[in-house]
Design a protein around this ligand. Structure first.
Ligand SMILES: NC(=O)c1ccc[n+]([C@@H]2O[C@H](COP(=O)([O-])OP(=O)(O)OC[C@H]3O[C@@H](n4cnc5c(N)ncnc54)[C@H](O)[C@@H]3O)[C@@H](O)[C@H]2O)c1
Length: 700
């Protein structure tokens, strides 16, 4: 009888457990019975013969696992991608399978030698969508997936395996007729589970128990509505039967000793190509990445964003810059299961600097604001990168670029204006960009040259202690250049600057003309004034390092004194405050802004307890900054980071690496993190500036 389905098998004449390359083989070396294996294999053969035409590849002595024909390669239409086995124990099977495919008229594709991929053991065609579920994590490499997508012209969804018992995808995942998927979720990482859940509707997902999973229920051969497997629990059989499947069990315990069962022992050699995926909501967009893609890791991050966001990708082209200074260009096709996943991925790609190709550009979608201070649903959330928006057939540069805003499109004096606005500032009647179409961000490629004006020295890196001195040299160099050309440096500082003895150094920086605005909270000013008036910081004698009796009240006394005079500036003018960081700000006309917080004592009369006013004041002082030095205040530094557009260099100094990483990790290539004691940092910085200017003190 002829069948529509053809299955390749390899008789078990040389099968044995001769080595250990998966957890199932442990303790089973030479423990399987050849006779028993032959009879189980023959029984499987007879069962399958009822549903498919069986073809055979000749087994070879010395290659015991050749019986697992699923790992011969991956067939789609008349093409096959030959396996590249990870373990040398199986690599000798490759030429025999290669010959069989060639003899049977397939076009054979071979991967580079160092790129493992284990055929249909790790790649399964979805029976409804036509895409390829491809596993990686143990045997096959993720890097092999783009080759599969390219050679077989198929959409690839990568799934990461995390449980070594389920080392091949077909041990824990089985796409079935009518779009069902039978699988064991704990075998996959969280992202892969999410991807499965996004692609396969809940009613089509058949989750198996651990018992069924270790009995290799997912290692099933499915032909039409028949599923052939080693063993299934009554519960699983009932579920499958409810969904219209007939379960045929055939014991394969001898092969379980080597980590395989029904599906591993077979390879479907008829896999018709589905040209158009049936799932109609699947969307594709082509993005273009440009810059020092490899050096900056943008490519990896972009592909990560796509797969972790629930999409898949196909690299259409990749022109690698030939010289170190050359830029590279990549075109990547992004596919997502629906519009919301696509928008989410695109939003993140835009943050990375991925740009839609102009030919794909459709105008931005606008939606009206119907309530003051509230954006329409799905509004586009802005990033720190300069952006343009396509309205009608014109691109408009977004003004007032900052993170976490919305793009409002308005008419001002007859001109269309796109402006970045905070939600609270949106007004009824304005239109706001929704979705992610028609947005273009301009991201400067990170410099890789040394000795330029850029912070190329450290890139967006986070330094360790041993590198601090080198970083300080670079920062001193930049401060000097910015000051000398009339640029602007803003300092954000927390009270730790005072506690660690950094005050005298910060003072010198202000006196030396290196600071053009100071931002902080109540505390930096309170502790500075306490130190200046009473010689203590939080009650500790700063010179002797011991607590002073009654010292714990000193900071309140300092606050009280300033309150009496109405402001810090008045206290300076009246000769009450005669030294310190705040004194120097007043004396040197360096504007400062103190933003309030719930934990503030007093507060000082200068501290702005209306946070909206405080944010506006910070934004005013940050405007035009070339460099922001963030000194040991997580609260104020994050606040400042959020309102700073790309292009402003940021240096974040904190003793806690997590804080530094958080601040440096805004995708901004201009940020540098320094993990160190802020007092030490400031003292090194002043020393270095003295060296640069050839003076013993910054100010004589
Ligand atoms: N008396 C007061 O009114 C008072 C006192 C304290 C804080 N506050 C207010 O609370 C808010 C948050 O205060 P904050 O900015 O101090 O706290 P924060 O937690 O935001 O930041 C302090 C940072 O300093 C880091 N740090 C600690 N020791 C360090 C060292 N030796 N060198 C380098 N970094 C070090 C920490 O890791 C942390 O990230 C501010 O608005 C502040 O004004 C008020």
């Amino acid at each position: 009888m002829t069948h529509d389905m053809k299955i390749l098998m390899c008789p078990p004449h040389h099968y044995d457990v001769d080595y250990v390359i998966n957890p199932w083989m442990e303790g089973n070396i030479h423990r399987s019975s050849r006779d028993h294996a032959e009879s189980q294999w023959n029984q499987l053969y007879s069962v399958l013969k009822k549903h498919a035409t069986i073809e055979l590849v000749e087994p070879q002595k010395g290659w015991p696992d050749m019986v697992f024909a699923a790992n011969a390669g991956l067939v789609l239409g008349d093409r096959v991608v030959l396996s590249r086995f990870l373990h040398p124990e199986r690599q000798g099977e490759e030429p025999y399978f290669h010959k069989w495919f060639e003899d049977n008229g397939f076009t054979v594709y071979t991967l580079p030698k160092s790129l493992p991929f284990e055929g249909a053991g790790d790649a399964l065609i979805d029976r409804a969508g036509g895409w390829l579920w491809a596993g990686y994590g143990f045997r096959s490499e993720l890097d092999s997936h783009p080759y599969l997508a390219d050679w077989l012209d198929v959409e690839v969804l990568s799934l990461r395996l995390v449980d070594s018992r389920f080392y091949h995808l077909d041990t824990c995942f089985c796409p079935l007729t009518d779009g069902y998927v039978m699988y064991y979720p704990p075998a996959f990482d969280a992202y892969s589970n999410r991807l499965i859940e996004m692609r396969v509707p809940a009613e089509k997902r058949i989750v198996v128990s651990e018992i069924d999973a270790i009995n290799f229920a997912c290692n099933t051969v499915n032909v039409d509505h028949v599923v052939v497997m080693n063993q299934a629990s009554d519960e699983l059989k009932a579920i499958l039967s409810d969904r219209g499947f007939t379960v045929e069990e055939t014991p394969l315990t001898e092969f379980l000793k080597a980590g395989g069962a029904a599906k591993c022992l077979t390879l479907k050699t008829i896999e018709p190509r589905q040209t158009e995926p049936k799932a109609s909501s699947i969307l594709s967009r082509v993005i273009r990445l440009e810059g020092h893609l490899l050096d900056s890791g943008i490519v990896n991050r972009a592909l990560d964003v796509i797969t972790t966001g629930g999409g898949s990708f196909q690299v259409l082209s990749f022109d690698l810059g030939m010289q170190r200074q050359d830029i590279s260009v990549a075109e990547v096709k992004v596919t997502a299961p629906d519009i919301s996943v696509m928008d989410d991925i695109m939003g993140q790609l835009i943050d990375l600097g991925a740009v839609s190709l102009p030919r794909e550009s459709t105008p931005a979608q606008l939606d009206a604001v119907v309530q003051d201070g509230v954006a329409p649903d799905d509004f586009y959330v802005t990033t720190i990168y300069p952006s343009e928006v396509l309205v009608g057939d014109h691109w408009y540069r977004v003004q007032g670029q900052r993170m976490d805003g919305a793009i409002a499109v308005t008419h001002e004096s007859g001109q269309l204006v796109a402006r970045c606005k905070l939600l609270r500032d949106l007004k009824v009647g304005e239109e706001v960009v929704v979705g992610s179409k028609g947005i273009h961000t301009l991201r400067k490629a990170p410099s890789i040259k040394k000795g330029t004006d850029d912070f190329s020295f450290m890139g967006a890196g986070v330094s360790s202690e041993r590198r601090v001195e080198l970083v300080v040299e670079q920062i001193a160099w930049d401060l000097r250049r910015i000051r000398d050309r009339g640029g602007k440096v803003v300092v954000t500082a927390g009270p730790v600057v005072i506690h660690t003895g950094g005050s005298e150094h910060l003072r010198k920086l202000i006196q030396g003309g290196y600071v053009h605005a100071l931002l902080g909270g109540n505390a930096i000013a309170v502790h500075d004034i306490e130190q200046s008036m009473m010689g203590t910081s939080l009650g500790m004698d700063m010179k002797r390092g011991v607590s002073v009796q009654g010292g714990h009240r000193h900071h309140l006394k300092a606050i009280n004194t300033i309150r009496r005079y109405g402001s810090i500036a008045n206290a300076v003018e009246k000769g009450v405050l005669t030294s310190g960081v705040m004194y120097e700000c007043v004396k040197n006309n360096v504007p400062f802004s103190l933003a309030g917080s719930i934990r503030d004592d007093g507060p000082l009369p200068d501290t702005k307890m209306n946070l909206i006013e405080a944010q506006a004041d910070y934004a005013r002082l940050i405007e035009g900054a070339d460099l922001i030095l963030m000194l040991s205040t997580m609260l104020h530094s994050i606040g400042v980071g959020n309102m700073t557009p790309a292009g402003v260099k940021m240096v974040c100094v904190d003793i806690n690496p997590a804080v530094v990483t958080k601040l440096s990790d805004r995708g901004s290539v201009e940020s540098t993190g320094v993990v160190t004691d802020v007092g030490l940092f400031l003292s090194l910085l002043v020393q270095q500036l003295c060296k640069l200017t050839g003076e013993y003190a910054l100010v004589k």
